[in-house]
Design a protein around this ligand. Structure first.
Ligand SMILES: *[C@@H]1O[C@H](CO)[C@@H](O)[C@H](O)[C@H]1NC(C)=O
Ligand SMILES: *[C@@H]1O[C@H](CO)[C@@H](O)[C@H](O)[C@H]1NC(C)=O
Ligand SMILES: *[C@@H]1O[C@H](CO)[C@@H](O)[C@H](O)[C@H]1NC(C)=O
Length: 426
């Protein structure tokens, strides 16, 4: 799905291409303290959750260096880091800057540079898993705070930099239980930023709603036996029906996608079959095949209709086939991006002052933001990555360091504005 989107956008981006000539050479990048920190963070292989303790140590060092208070919460064992810069008016609702330390596996395929090397190439690209998703954002937050402190800027509102442990696997041991705790409530969060979606043009995207992820595991059953037998009830007949049904639905959604604005991600439901498992030997007809389907529901999709569709696909499989939901988010509220939301107004003003266009979008994927918004807290997905090719979850993930460094100043400007918003609760 993403491939098709990018294909459409690529012709546009040629015309809109920014002046992104590097103002640094490679040695200057290597000496830049923010780059060094990002490099160290990427060198921690957090695709293995055991190494989250190392990333917690990493964040403690950053907090200590800046004199921020540091706390670790473990609602389900895995560490959640909270670094706090106290505001002058701590009674006001605070601002949360959230990102996640975990990264997806490096995937198959050969990386040009080892995925946990943090290698900087001659284009000024820093390579590694998490360079875009989303270690860059975590480091941009802390560097923005460093700049504010260094320039003696004081803020009215308290800022909490939070780092989650398991966003990539759904947040069930991180953000989801955390938002239910007294510790979370005591942070008194009024507004949150979290990871956003990179753009292929001059604008920066702000996502105000996430699509609802559904993942279903179909176990398709049929007649097994000797591989010389050609008879009805072969498990692959069921698999074929399932694939046909899903690809038919997928075609309809691609149709919707191509008739809409290229960044109207909320208009269609994405669907992909991402795992097929089964078989015991080349000459044995299997009795069981497993297919895992991943869907991100359009904002208008009705949950009951989607469930009925999943069931109708199941009903065509027969032979005691089953479907089991691995993930099924039914509710993903939107944050207002209009004049009713003072945080959004402040953000728009800041971006206008910086001369940067912002486009409000529905995020094509899902993140920990769903849990934050579900608590009634306004929260926006945002990244300063623009004019970039999204490499999240792909091999050869990298970040253009020019984009990374410039983005820190965007966060500085945003924090100066948003953290000094007056009390508008009364
Ligand atoms: C791009 O920006 C650099 C640095 O700001 C400047 O020196 C250069 O002239 C610009 N190039 C173009 C084509 O605008
Ligand atoms: C910040 O404050 C300190 C102490 O008052 C001062 O020495 C320093 O020059 C100030 N820095 C800036 C950038 O204003
Ligand atoms: C379905 O499962 C039941 C109970 O395990 C079994 O008796 C029946 O033979 C199965 N039917 C098919 C078509 O496999």
């Amino acid at each position: 799905m993403f491939f098709i989107t990018f294909y459409i956008l690529s012709s546009v981006s040629v015309m809109l291409c920014d002046n992104i000539s590097n103002e640094y050479n490679r040695e200057q990048y290597e000496q830049n303290p923010a780059v060094k920190i990002l490099q160290k963070y990427i060198q921690i292989d957090t695709s293995d959750l055991k190494n989250l303790e190392l990333s917690t140590d990493f964040w403690k060092r950053q907090a200590d260096e800046l004199g921020l208070s540091f706390a670790v919460y473990r609602p389900r064992g895995l560490p959640i880091c909270v670094m706090t810069l106290n505001g002058k008016r701590p009674e006001l609702p605070s601002i949360m800057l959230n990102s996640h330390a975990d990264v997806v596996p490096t995937n198959t395929g050969k990386w040009t540079y080892p995925p946990f090397s943090g290698h900087i190439d001659e284009n000024g690209y820093l390579h590694g898993r998490g360079a875009q998703d989303t270690k860059d954002v975590g480091v941009q937050y802390i560097e923005a705070i460093r700049k504010l402190i260094r320039n003696n800027v004081t803020l009215d509102r308290t800022v909490h930099i939070t780092v989650m442990p398991d966003e990539e696997t759904g947040g069930s041991r991180g953000m989801l239980p955390f938002v239910e705790t007294e510790d979370f409530k005591s942070l008194n969060i009024g507004f949150a930023f979290d990871e956003g979606y990179p753009s292929r043009n001059d604008a920066m995207y702000v996502s105000y709603q996430d699509k609802r992820p559904w993942q279903a595991k179909y176990t398709i059953r049929g007649n097994g036996g000797h591989s010389s037998i050609v008879k009805n009830g072969n498990v692959i007949e069921g698999l074929q029906r399932l694939i046909n049904n899903i690809m038919e639905f997928r075609k309809e959604q691609v149709q919707i996608m191509t008739t809409k604005d290229a960044n109207d991600f909320g208009a269609y439901t994405s669907v992909n079959i991402n795992m097929i498992e089964g078989g015991v030997a080349p000459n044995v007809i299997p009795k069981e095949i497993v297919a895992v389907v991943d869907m991100r529901l359009s904002v208008t999709a009705d949950v009951n209709n989607v469930e009925n569709m999943f069931n109708s696909w199941l009903n065509e499989l027969g032979y005691n086939s089953t479907v089991e939901y691995l993930r099924r988010v039914e509710y993903s509220p939107a944050t207002a991006v209009d004049n009713s939301n003072p945080y959004w107004i402040a953000m728009q003003e800041t971006m206008m002052e910086l001369g940067i266009t912002v486009d409000a979008i529905v995020c094509p994927a899902a993140s920990d933001l769903i849990a934050i918004r579900s608590k009634g807290i306004p929260a926006l997905g945002f990244t300063t990555k623009r004019n970039v090719l999204s490499k999240a979850h792909d091999i050869n993930e990298y970040i253009d360091l020019n984009t990374f460094i410039k983005g820190i100043d965007v966060y500085v400007a945003l924090l100066k504005k948003i953290c000094n918003l007056p009390d508008f609760s009364k």
